[in-house]
Write a protein that binds this ligand. Structure first.
Ligand code: PMP
Length: 361
């Protein structure tokens, strides 16, 4: 009865049908050269132009002011947990971390291997249910940077304003919300995002860095991961993730066609508000994240018992509603509504959640 499949995965996550169709069609022949992007030399002008074009699209979408550089690197977002300290933190230095959930904790744990890690603020004692108010952050002046995770994929909390970290460079992991809303880029010294949520394939990470932060890398930083050497080499120190960059370029074009970030933010908010209102209707479902701190991308919620959760997942799956299980560390249920999530999927989820409550509530 339910032929349509709706994917609510936290990442890799759904891509627009039009983007997949274009990529499929161009696998036979990219730009009339008789072979695909997968078979194209990375040193070719054609590929160099693609990379320049993708960066220009990204600059335009983000309204990126002069003085920032964009890099497409390998190793996903997790590699940046180590590469950021290697590029920005002296061996005797200290870095600040705002501890808001699973992913910020991972960044902190890894960062602590390269220097002193100072916890600027933490919501651990309240079960990572909120973003600690920036007014109460502890920001000693000797921090080389302050790291935040703007959207906690596993815990479902999100910064809804760009925080102020005084003169300390703000470094932000935006993996699970990148390009989902306009941001004030001037607040940030460095932004990074793995692309497998909002933009395409896994493995690629986009790093946007303020130029004044370049030139601080430790000598042992691998050359392919040294921001400055990669910029000097036109981001082609080694073979870049060409197919991933190609897909990101298609996604950037798609985002632009949706009306850019202000329009995509309205779309995303509308979808998430619809689902949160079903969760909040009574106490059948509950949401661990505090109102005002909840993620627009990853909606975490729970039910009264584990057996009810299992029944929910089994029945949802029968209806084609897939990948609704919570993160292995957070438990519960989670619906991820990234940029490409369709209204049809959201409607189908809401109908199912209401029906499930009527039958088991
Ligand atoms: N940061 C955040 C916020 C994430 O959600 C993820 C992946 N779920 C990562 C980092 C790690 O990304 P990767 O698997 O690309 O290393």
């Amino acid at each position: 009865r339910y032929n349509k499949k709706y994917n609510f995965a936290a990442g890799p996550a759904p891509l627009p049908e039009s983007v997949l169709a274009k990529a499929r069609a161009e696998l036979d022949d990219w730009q009339g050269q008789g072979y695909s992007i997968l078979e194209t030399p990375f040193s070719s002008d054609r590929f160099a132009e693609l990379m320049v074009q993708a960066k220009m699209r990204l600059r335009a979408l983000l309204n990126l002011p002069p003085g920032y550089q964009i890099l497409f690197l390998q190793g996903g977002a997790s590699a940046q947990f180590s590469l950021i300290p290697l590029n920005l933190l002296p061996a005797s230095g200290k870095a600040g971390y705002v501890d808001t959930g699973h992913w910020s904790a991972r960044a902190l744990q890894e960062g602590a291997r390269y220097g002193k890690a100072h916890i600027v603020a933490s919501s651990r004692s309240t079960g990572y249910d909120r973003i600690p108010s920036p007014h109460r952050w502890s920001l000693p002046q000797d921090l080389s940077y302050c790291h935040i995770t703007t959207n906690e994929t596993a815990n479902g909390v999100q910064f809804h304003a760009d925080p102020d970290s005084d003169d300390i460079p703000l470094v932000a992991d935006m993996t699970s919300e990148f390009l989902s809303r306009p941001i004030n880029i001037n607040q940030y010294g460095l932004i990074y995002a793995g692309t497998q949520k909002n933009l395409g394939p896994a493995g690629l990470v986009i790093v946007i860095i303020r130029e004044t932060l370049l030139g601080r890398a430790r000598p042992e930083t691998p050359r392919v991961f040294n921001y400055e050497s990669q910029i000097e080499a036109g981001n082609r120190t080694n073979t870049p993730l060409m197919f991933a960059i190609y897909l990101v370029d298609l996604m950037l074009k798609w985002l632009d066609a949706q009306g850019g970030l202000p329009a995509i933010q309205i779309h995303n908010k509308h979808q998430s508000e619809q689902v949160y209102s079903v969760i909040d209707q009574d106490d059948f479902y509950h949401c661990p994240a505090q109102p005002g701190h909840r993620s627009v991308m990853n909606l975490c919620f729970g039910l009264a018992s584990e057996s009810l959760r299992q029944t929910f997942l089994a029945e949802a799956s029968e209806r084609g509603l897939l990948n609704l299980s919570g993160h292995s560390h957070a438990g519960g249920l989670r619906a991820s509504l990234y940029n490409a999530q369709t209204d049809a999927a959201v409607s189908a989820l809401i109908d199912f959640m209401r029906d499930f409550r009527n039958r088991y509530g």
